[in-house]
Design a protein around this ligand. Structure first.
Ligand code: AMP
Length: 395
């Protein structure tokens, strides 16, 4: 059964309740330092307000208050920013459990209500059904546009769906994310090349195994590469490389699909983390150096593997890209992807997304996913609990 989206719902006169991802970074004085997550929710919110909804209740979490009301995690800055962007009053409740919320929804002047941080209540992360039921009372239609939280089985993303038979749907951000990720998961157009970087093999082992089943090539960069190189018997010097990760890499290398792996053949190293850069033009890294970026030959090799690709997935930087001495590999990969003709390019995962944004090339990618953990889990499992739950009441 296909998922329904907000533009397939009759909103006329309805009370809508929506789960959004307003988990924005705040500075010490409580000011929002990056509004991207709220901005991405605006098309859905505006659509609801412009298409006849009687009221709109907005829900989100912010940070990890661990079940307690803590002032530093208040959604107040979000309410202020939303009111500015929407040009309407946004009433922030004291708590999700305020007795007066239902009465407030009946008042003629009230249109938009933002519930205070969902995670001030431990019932949210426990997926408590009574809590879901209470939230469900605030709407006739439920919309989930919080893709970044859809890998969680929480009361506002999962349990709540049970109370909206045929009345649950996804928002526009959810739609864009799901449709883009489905292109990677369901029959990606070949040649399909994935690039995986970053620091920890442990975190990405499942995605590597999953990708090896359907990619044509899997390029490995960043600190991810060293456990694989070590497992193959190469010297990695003092590079980030735990015994546990080498074990995991060895395991993958025993599988026949491991022939699709493409590893670095040269490196940019340093004597210490973030120190002066030293080029190492071969696979083996001297014992007193650590690898911090992929080298020029590797970049050329990756470029060759990517030429003609029809589908490309990129997760994780190719090196310590936050330091300009070790950023070339990551930015070159962004450049290569930006220059591909007729390819579907998807960038997912926090650090590769910030690298693409920093390179100014995000508009040249087919899709830049907003949800780090969520996009990885989607690729690993083919969907997410919060997405599947939207289908609960369809039958
Ligand atoms: P992840 O969260 O696993 O995607 O890792 C991202 C982090 O890995 C970034 O902060 C990078 O600076 C870091 N990283 C990537 N390559 C290396 C490397 N060769 N050595 C140390 N850190 C690295």
């Amino acid at each position: 059964m296909a998922l329904k989206y907000i533009d397939q719902m009759d909103l006329q006169g309805k009370r809508v309740i929506g789960r959004f991802d307003f988990n924005v970074p705040l500075n010490e004085s409580g000011k929002i330092t990056d509004t991207t997550r709220i901005d991405k929710a605006l098309p859905t919110i505006n659509y609801i307000l412009e298409n006849g909804a009687k009221t709109l209740v907005l829900m989100s979490h912010l940070g990890r208050p661990k079940g307690e009301a803590k002032a530093e995690f208040s959604l107040e800055p979000v309410a202020t920013y939303l009111a500015e962007q929407l040009g309407v009053d946004v009433v922030l409740t004291e708590s999700c459990k305020d007795k007066g919320i239902r009465t407030l929804l009946e008042l003629p002047g009230t249109k938009v209500i933002l519930l205070q941080n969902l995670r001030f209540h431990k019932e949210e992360t426990e997926n408590d059904l009574e809590f879901s039921k209470m939230l469900a009372q605030y709407g006739d239609i439920y919309v989930n546009d919080a893709f970044g939280a859809a890998h969680r089985k929480h009361a506002s993303t999962y349990g709540i769906n049970a109370y909206f038979p045929r009345m649950a749907c996804g928002g526009f951000l959810m739609k864009a994310e799901v449709e883009a990720l489905q292109k990677i998961v369901d029959k990606p157009q070949s040649p399909f090349v994935a690039i995986v970087g970053g620091a920890k093999v442990t975190d990405k082992i499942k995605i590597i195994e999953r990708l090896l089943t359907n990619v044509d090539s899997l390029l490995i960069g960043g600190a991810m590469a060293y456990p694989f190189l070590k497992a193959k018997g190469y010297e990695v010097g003092t590079s980030l490389c735990s015994d546990e990760d080498v074990k995991l890499a060895k395991n993958i290398l025993t599988q026949s699909s491991a022939r699709k792996l493409v590893l670095p053949v040269d490196h940019v190293c340093s004597k210490e983390f973030g120190g002066a850069p030293v080029k190492v033009s071969e696979i083996n890294i001297p014992s007193d150096l650590m690898g911090l970026d992929i080298g020029e030959q590797t970049i050329a090799h990756f470029r060759e593997k990517l030429s003609g690709a029809k589908t490309v997935l990129w997760n994780g930087p190719m090196g310590l890209f936050e330091n300009e001495n070790f950023a070339a590999g990551t930015f070159e990969v962004a450049n290569i992807l930006a220059g591909l003709k007729d390819a579907f390019t998807l960038v997912g995962g926090g650090d590769s997304v910030s690298a693409v944004n920093k390179s100014g090339l995000s508009s040249k990618m087919s899709h830049v996913s907003t949800g780090g953990g969520a996009s990885l889990e989607f690729i690993e499992n083919g969907s997410l609990p919060g997405v599947q739950a939207l289908k609960f009441g369809l039958n």
